[in-house]
Ligand binder design. Structure first.
Ligand SMILES: NC(=O)c1ccc[n+]([C@@H]2O[C@H](COP(=O)([O-])OP(=O)(O)OC[C@H]3O[C@@H](n4cnc5c(N)ncnc54)[C@H](OP(=O)(O)O)[C@@H]3O)[C@@H](O)[C@H]2O)c1
Length: 330
């Protein structure tokens, strides 16, 4: 079946400026870490991409290692891009990353120029693209000089293989150093991608203020704590959940009984707000204007539909915020 994009897709979404750049991003973006690999169902993930774009999601986030197996999410995304979105390439912001283990030997991991340049070349081939819109260094490398990693990002932009660069998982001090190097090179950092949700708050210590000062955008990943901050696990572990899957990254080390108790209490507040917990968790991030876009995952169209409804109500009473803090700190 041929895909025809919804004609009123841009009326359904708000877009926020990313730092002081020319780029605006949808309030919700879609990540392809899970649910788009060889182990997943083609028709299902194709429908998720259609639904996303039909609802104004213009930003799709990938990485070299997404799958499983690593690389397969990029390959599937590339196939669908060619099949369904060929006429829409200029409406899309596509990102990929390198920084985690990808291939054997000393050149397939971390942050050397050798790794980043080769990895992006592989990603472009898999996605059948000439360039990506954003290329990220996926995590800081303690052993490669920051100057080398940043020079690789700068080179990638100069070669036209990426339009912008981003940093992910960088703590505030290393982020500041990296941003200064990139500025000197003439390739500003567009965006930072940290883990941030009600359960992961480290960015509040100083990173968010720094991003505002540096005029860099912020795209929090795993805003639903991989599904924990939804109503999914209120009554056990469903068979079709990330937690139940052997290749899922959610497990009992992270999803402790204490967290599940908090989820139950947070769910009561969400219900009072006439939201699902997923909607409240996304709205809770977007209430802060320093957040450019929230990077969700989805294993079904219905989940993305649910998450998108968070955009209808982003306001929190101060009493609700206080109640949420009490639960999170209990
Ligand atoms: N930079 C990095 O180091 C890094 C690391 C991790 C992720 N990321 C990026 O962030 C993206 C999102 O991460 P994530 O997948 O962990 O995000 P998430 O939004 O916290 O979790 C997504 C999962 O939550 C469940 N879910 C989503 N919407 C739901 C809803 N409305 N109701 C009930 N359950 C719902 C689904 O789990 P089920 O599969 O169980 O249905 C879905 O797969 C990734 O795809 C990737 O692009 C980046």
């Amino acid at each position: 079946m041929n895909y025809q994009a919804s004609v009123n897709r841009y009326q359904k979404m708000n877009y926020r400026r990313c730092g002081n750049s020319g780029i605006q991003l949808p309030e919700i973006s879609l990540g392809l870490w899970h649910n788009f690999g060889d182990v997943d169902d083609y028709d299902n993930y194709r429908s998720i991409l259609h639904f996303a774009f039909d609802n104004g999601i213009t930003h799709f986030d990938l990485a070299n290692n997404y799958g499983p197996p690593p690389g397969s999410a990029e390959a599937h995304f590339g196939e669908i891009l060619k099949r369904d979105f060929a006429n829409h390439r200029d409406e899309l912001i596509i990102s990929t990353k390198a920084g985690y283990y990808m291939w054997e030997g000393p050149y397939g991991d971390w942050g050397s120029k050798k790794y980043l340049i080769s990895s992006l070349d592989q990603s472009l081939k898999r996605m059948q693209l000439d360039y990506v819109d954003i290329f990220y260094h996926h995590r800081p490398d303690p052993d490669t000089p920051l100057e080398e990693t940043m020079a690789a990002l700068d080179l990638i932009v100069r070669q036209g293989k990426a339009l912008y660069v981003g940093l992910s998982n960088y703590k505030t001090s290393e982020f500041n150093q990296a941003v200064a190097i990139l500025k000197d090179l003439g390739t500003p950092c567009l965006i930072h991608q940290p883990k941030y949700s009600m359960f992961e708050r480290w960015v509040e210590d100083s990173l968010l203020d720094t991003l505002e000062e540096q005029k860099v955008g912020c795209i929090p990943f795993s805003p639903l704590a991989q599904g924990l901050l939804t109503d999914k696990y209120l009554h056990g572990i469903p068979e079709d959940s990330r937690w139940a899957k052997p290749h899922g990254f959610l497990n009992e080390q992270y999803a402790t009984p204490d967290k599940i108790e908090k989820v139950k209490k947070l769910n009561v507040i969400a219900q009072r707000r006439n939201q699902t917990l997923a909607q409240m968790a996304i709205a809770w991030l977007l209430k802060d204007p320093r957040i450019t876009t929230v990077l969700v995952g989805a294993s079904k169209v219905s989940q993305l539909a649910d998450s998108l409804q968070s955009l209808d109500y982003l306001i929190f009473e101060s009493t609700e915020l206080a109640e949420i803090e009490t639960i999170l700190h209990s």
